[in-house]
Design a protein around this ligand. Sequence first.
Ligand SMILES: *[C@@H]1O[C@H](CO)[C@@H](O)[C@H](O)[C@H]1NC(C)=O
Ligand SMILES: *[C@@H]1O[C@H](CO)[C@@H](O)[C@H](O)[C@H]1NC(C)=O
Ligand SMILES: *[C@@H]1O[C@H](CO)[C@@H](O)[C@H](O)[C@H]1NC(C)=O
Ligand SMILES: *[C@@H]1O[C@H](CO)[C@@H](O)[C@H](O)[C@H]1NC(C)=O
Ligand SMILES: *[C@@H]1O[C@H](CO)[C@@H](O)[C@H](O)[C@H]1NC(C)=O
Ligand SMILES: *[C@@H]1O[C@H](CO)[C@@H](O)[C@H](O)[C@H]1NC(C)=O
Ligand SMILES: *[C@@H]1O[C@H](CO)[C@@H](O)[C@H](O)[C@H]1NC(C)=O
Ligand SMILES: *[C@@H]1O[C@H](CO)[C@@H](O)[C@H](O)[C@H]1NC(C)=O
Ligand SMILES: *[C@@H]1O[C@H](CO)[C@@H](O)[C@H](O)[C@H]1NC(C)=O
Ligand SMILES: *[C@@H]1O[C@H](CO)[C@@H](O)[C@H](O)[C@H]1NC(C)=O
Length: 657
Amino acid sequence: MLFKHLYSLTRVPIVLLLTNFPKCLAATTTVTVSGTASHAVPTTLYGQMFESGDGGLYAELLQNRAFQQVTPNTTDALTAWNSVNGALITVIADSKPVSQALPNSLQLTVPSGVNGSVGFSNEGFWGIKVDSSWTYNASLFFHFPTESSFSGILTVGLQTASGNVLASESTEIRGTQTSWAQIAVQLRPKSSAPDTNNVFFVTVDGQKAAGQTINFAMLSLFPPTFKNRSNGMRVDIAETLAEMGPAFFRFPGGNNLGQSTGTRWQWNGTVGSLLDRPGRVGDWGYVNTDGLGLLEYLTFFEDVGMEPIMAVWSGYSLDGDNLPEDELAPYIQQAKDQINFVIGDPATSAPAALRASLGHPEPFTLRFVEVGNEDFFAATTYPYRWRDFVGNLSAEFPQLRYIATTDAWDPILSPTPPSYDVHVYQTPGWFAENSFYYDSFERNGTTYFEGEYAAISTNANDLFGTQSDGRLLWPDMQSSTGEAAFMTGLERNSDIVFAASYAPLLQHVNSTQWTPDLISFEYVPHLSCDSCRSIPCSALMHTQLFSLNVGDEYLPSTLPAANGTLFWTVTRSSSSRDVFIKISNTVETDAEMVFELPFHSVASSGTLQLLHGAQNASNTPEAPNTVIPVTSTISTGKSLHYIAPGFSVSVITVQAQ
Ligand SMILES: *[C@@H]1O[C@H](CO)[C@@H](O)[C@H](O)[C@H]1NC(C)=O
Ligand SMILES: *[C@@H]1O[C@H](CO)[C@@H](O)[C@H](O)[C@H]1NC(C)=O
Ligand SMILES: *[C@@H]1O[C@H](CO)[C@@H](O)[C@H](O)[C@H]1NC(C)=O
Ligand SMILES: *[C@@H]1O[C@H](CO)[C@@H](O)[C@H](O)[C@H]1NC(C)=O
Ligand SMILES: *[C@@H]1O[C@H](CO)[C@@H](O)[C@H](O)[C@H]1NC(C)=O
Ligand SMILES: *[C@@H]1O[C@H](CO)[C@@H](O)[C@H](O)[C@H]1NC(C)=O
Ligand SMILES: *[C@@H]1O[C@H](CO)[C@@H](O)[C@H](O)[C@H]1NC(C)=O
Ligand SMILES: *[C@@H]1O[C@H](CO)[C@@H](O)[C@H](O)[C@H]1NC(C)=O
Ligand SMILES: *[C@@H]1O[C@H](CO)[C@@H](O)[C@H](O)[C@H]1NC(C)=O
Ligand SMILES: *[C@@H]1O[C@H](CO)[C@@H](O)[C@H](O)[C@H]1NC(C)=O
């Protein structure tokens, strides 16, 4: 995520690729399409960027499940935990912790004179969805710090805020259990809860356990996951991401690479047993469990069929830490180890051997490594950091393509960056006016990753301001058509733009740090769309339209006016011979268009996918289906007449030989 960087408006002379197209009719835009491709469209073009932590994609339902990175004996350490029926609970620095990485435990002391179930509960992330069609995996570690003669029942379960128990399982525990033991049970709710105002609870019988002290660690509650992976992803979010047809996933940041040197993302803190992951304070102000670790990411990419654009921490953090050159060596080694975990040979590399021991002896796919994140904030030190990281990494991994994160051309870097990651947060108008941004770039082998882009405000003078100043809460048709206009330029320039991703990716509607976002989600069953599905926002819809409807060949066509309001791009699938025409009309007036398709034969009908709505129309939690693409059949031919409605994104697919 970026906080600076407002590009100046670029105007590029209109270059006509074709000379023999008919003169424009009044009010009709005629577009002549070439039957010969100018370049291949990279398979990596449309993907996703991710820079957040828990409470979203990662399916764990408990918040603060392992008391990671908290100060014992504070209120903060008990975030999301509450006492049940008068129990005394506190987070302690355990003198005999469950693991070295997890030094803290939740200590339960049962007071005397309390009847019924006593213990503690966890409120989840903005509640817990209880669905009777789900089986939940619940687990915890416990031990008695002092041996006792106690023997009794420990109950774990799910209940509504008013105490209606929806699922529970009981296990006998004994006070002789002074070493850590794990309890793992499956919870099958007898009914679904009407809302997410539910908790996970752990209790003992108050009378029997009076005076006992029990320590707990690493508690976990998993719903079913995407592809049923243990420690996996939340089904509805993962499916929504997968349905967008992403080619790549940029991870682990973005900003989540680290707020400081000490709290940077470290691959080795994110792999292996959950007991061995210390977690870290992430860049968005909350603790990351790192349960969603390097192997979980890579497995997810394989499950979805996308490839990583993986970042390595490069000696600079958002808090302003810039390491001097003579301190870089261990971090360069750590980056090498991170890459070796992904692609190394288990016979020669310890990180790769670790990967093999965790069940994946084959290397994962990895072609792109990004060196840092938004290093234009640390442009004075990037030249030596880039030089030393890329110098060392490319010596060991010459096959990888390294991506620089400063502004192209400033500062001058050596070795010359193969690629740059470009970020832009701007107005809808900026995006429409800059659809020719890349047309003037030199074709010399350098390629570009439009790694973060979004129209976030209608107010060019206060882009990061408030809603009343124009900041968008949700993508709307104005922002979507502006971005789509820009994306037609990315497609036209996909000989040098190899990847693009909207940012940010995910937003929980009840806890928003940045707007707008590509996908908004919640667990509220009252939504008119499928109860637990994410909200399909119009930004999601046009990015999905672009991502799912792109050929492998770019067909040049009459260029749009760089300063106009109507934009288009044409690609073709060399295998299916489908021609994909995408159009963005960024103003309220309908636009009459004729596409001249000089192919041998053009099918007489094709498919139109149309995203169309009022300028400020957006999908919200209250009205999630305000703007959704409508698919219809349209008549097509060598001369294809089409009226692009005001504020619309259209995709026409037609067979042509
Ligand atoms: C925990 O905090 C309380 C009050 O803040 C204090 O009285 C107590 O001594 C503390 N316990 C430990 C073990 O530090
Ligand atoms: C707990 O139950 C016992 C016996 O059933 C009863 O004598 C006692 O008053 C109860 N205590 C409380 C606090 O309800
Ligand atoms: C997970 O597996 C269970 C059976 O083992 C199956 O019923 C369920 O549909 C699977 N869920 C997903 C998301 O694949
Ligand atoms: C839940 O636990 C069962 C039994 O241990 C296991 O097979 C399954 O993979 C787990 N599911 C998830 C989502 O962790
Ligand atoms: C990861 O390994 C590095 C050595 O490369 C070590 O300094 C660091 O403490 C380890 N980090 C974690 C979180 O285990
Ligand atoms: C590797 O990194 C070290 C430490 O920063 C640096 O001195 C050295 O020049 C680098 N090697 C290459 C080939 O870039
Ligand atoms: C390509 O041109 C750009 C702009 O002139 C320059 O910054 C970049 O280093 C060049 N790339 C190569 C590989 O020469
Ligand atoms: C979460 O957001 C939704 C949609 O705005 C709203 O209906 C719901 O009441 C919110 N829930 C909480 C707990 O604030
Ligand atoms: C757009 O640019 C062309 C060529 O530079 C110019 O002739 C035309 O007047 C411009 N139109 C608008 C609306 O600015
Ligand atoms: C849409 O919002 C913009 C401000 O962003 C405002 O100028 C415009 O009048 C609104 N359009 C409609 C149709 O309400």
